[in-house]
Ligand binder design. Sequence first.
Ligand SMILES: C[S@@+](CC[C@H](N)C(=O)[O-])C[C@H]1O[C@@H](n2cnc3c(N)ncnc32)[C@H](O)[C@@H]1O
Length: 292
Amino acid sequence: MIFRHLVLLSQHQILSTEPKPFVKWAGGKRQLMPIIERHVPSDFGTYFEPFLGGGALLFHLISKNPEIRCKASDLNSDLVLAYVTIRDRVDELITSLQNHAKNYKKSPDSYYYQTRESEPTGQIEKVSRLLFLNRTCFNGLYRVNSKGKFNVPLGRYANPNIVNEENLISTSHALRSKKIQFSCRDFTSVLSDAKKGDFVYFDPPYQPVSRTANFTSYTNKDFTHEDLEKLVRVSEKLADRGCKVLHSNSNTRQVRDLFSGDWKVVEIRANRAINSDSAKRTGHTELLIKNY
Ligand SMILES: C[S@@+](CC[C@H](N)C(=O)[O-])C[C@H]1O[C@@H](n2cnc3c(N)ncnc32)[C@H](O)[C@@H]1O
């Protein structure tokens, strides 16, 4: 059964909406949900999502069961702050986004670059800057350089939906569940709290499919082959403990070789939502890997 959140908007209009990812994130899994949901175990304790990003699977599972117990985390502290702020201070955030929208309308180009260069320190301003840039930047991509500075140019949108009040409010309501926790931490920390019967979904930055393939930087630290090897060791420990472990990754020899043995490897068709070359958005496959 799909649960719909009743949302009271500021205009006192009651809406029925289902919360969905509030950022467009490279590697986001929204379009793959119909396939991924078939691989979600029917029964589990706590759900762990240690590479949260836009949280496509988290939102999907919440819509199926708002009472779900969940520990969601990511190494990108700005992103984690966005989840916590939407949960705790959504009204202030909406007001700040409305200001961005007003200023952007007057002068899109200069306002975008002025905001990109700014370094706000307040919680609301930091998060509204992130959401504003995500809505107006090229391809809705989050990418930082080696110094951790957001470096994506302005996108070409006639009328970007900068505020999206309805979704922010329904997301805020859904995330207030005491059973959902957010933290900024490395994926290895999942070993400290996942127990037998829990479900862990790992969706790390993908291994590049070729030497020349673009590598997306979500943080100022790249996800290396050594990180992937570490992830395999962490997954094996979780599997030995009796956790149900599901992975997404690119369909490469490197990934297949690391997940040999008892892992079940399923090849799925996928379209990349974020690719600057629209011709490259089709006809590509990736992997789902699981131990159950
Ligand atoms: C492919 S994205 C996840 C996409 C997500 N499943 C979605 O639907 O939007 C990978 C995420 O891993 C995070 N990340 C990178 N290195 C990490 C690490 N060592 N530990 C935890 N998270 C990390 C990035 O910040 C990024 O948000």
